[in-house]
Design a protein. Structure first.
Length: 260
């Protein structure tokens, strides 16, 4: 007798089907996938947003003066915290008024950022050329001379980064609008704010990556002369980019993925 090829036979328990034919189960899977895709989009947009040129130019003036990678990371988080506050406020307004309340204000945010960049650049040059007060500090067993601005004695680097982040959060409306459009399936403000929270995590990660990339070579190989050259360069770039924004030219992003 010639053996015949038998097909495998599977025994299914009563009530169990071989696919997700249950509408409730199918809807749940679709909802989970939508949430995950929304979270990935928010994270990616946040990371991308942290590489806006005005962000990098402003924070570079402080990060290049950091004395440790830990401090660099904490300063980056301080900036992102300030950024998240204004980004969340903008999201609430966009959700409630569909941008009509902010249209006039957001049109002039770049000028506010430009003024801030001028202030940061001028202060950076004042510090580097010794036109502010000098103090002797010890870092890792070595003494260094630093110049400081003492207009507000308690205005530390972290508070400065936090304040810069608040201003930059005002200019995050482009990515937030994309997030807002993509979240049409999110019916609650709480859900949208959750997306902004994930967006802010992406911003934190992007800024930490940039901050460590800037600080590590300076801490590892930078001499006093190299540090000064980098700091002066950051201040000059800050002034130059402020002039670029004053001319009304569009902002630059170093990760222009998917820009139209």
């Amino acid at each position: 007798m010639i053996p015949t090829k038998l097909k495998p036979c599977y025994a299914l328990s009563p009530g169990v089907t071989d696919g997700p034919s249950d509408p409730v189960h199918r809807d749940f899977v679709v909802m989970v996938v939508d949430v995950l895709l929304f979270a990935v989009l928010a994270l990616a947009l946040g990371f991308k947003h942290s590489y806006d040129a005005d962000h990098l130019v402003a924070v570079s003036n402080l990060l290049t003066r950091s004395q440790s990678l830990r401090k660099t990371s904490l300063m980056s988080i301080s900036w992102a915290a300030g950024h998240m506050i204004t980004a969340s406020i903008i999201t609430v307004i966009l959700y409630t008024f569909r941008e009509t309340l902010l249209s006039e204000f957001l049109a002039h945010v770049e000028l506010i950022v430009a003024v801030m960049l001028v202030a940061i650049g001028v202060l950076g040059l004042l510090i580097e050329f010794g036109w502010l007060r000098h103090h002797l500090h010890e870092h890792e067993g070595k003494e260094h001379t630093h110049s400081h601005l003492h207009v507000y004695p308690r205005f530390t680097e972290h508070r400065a980064m936090f304040s810069i982040g608040i201003v930059h959060g005002l200019a995050s409306n482009d990515e937030l609008l994309v997030l807002f459009v993509a979240s049409l399936s999110v019916t609650s403000l709480l859900g949208l704010l959750g997306g902004v929270g994930v967006f802010s995590i992406g911003v934190v990660l992007g800024m930490i990556v940039f901050g460590l990339g800037v600080s590590y070579p300076i801490l590892r190989w930078g001499s006093t002369r190299v540090r000064r050259a980098v700091n002066v360069g950051a201040a000059v770039i800050s002034l130059a980019y402020a002039g670029y924004l004053f001319l009304g030219l569009p902002g630059i992003n170093l990760l222009p993925v998917g820009s139209g």
